[in-house]
Write a protein that binds this ligand. Structure first.
Ligand SMILES: [Zn+2]
Length: 57
């Protein structure tokens, strides 16, 4: 999966998948944790199909 640098820097970062999942569970929308190839931390995305990089809402 490709992640653009701009998206990476804008998004919230989590050191572990557990941490990201914990936040995802509390969110109103369905979020999915994925490992970022750029910063090697985890980000959350609301895109669950195809897992394309979400654009800013
Ligand atoms: Zn990142």
């Amino acid at each position: 999966m490709k992640t653009s640098l701009g998206i990476c820097q804008r998004k919230r970062r989590f050191a572990t998948r557990e941490e990201a999942d914990a936040v995802a569970l509390r969110a109103d929308t369905t979020l999915r944790a994925y490992k970022c190839a750029l910063c090697r931390a985890f980000h959350l995305t609301s895109r669950t199909k195809g897992l394309r990089v979400p654009r800013a809402v």
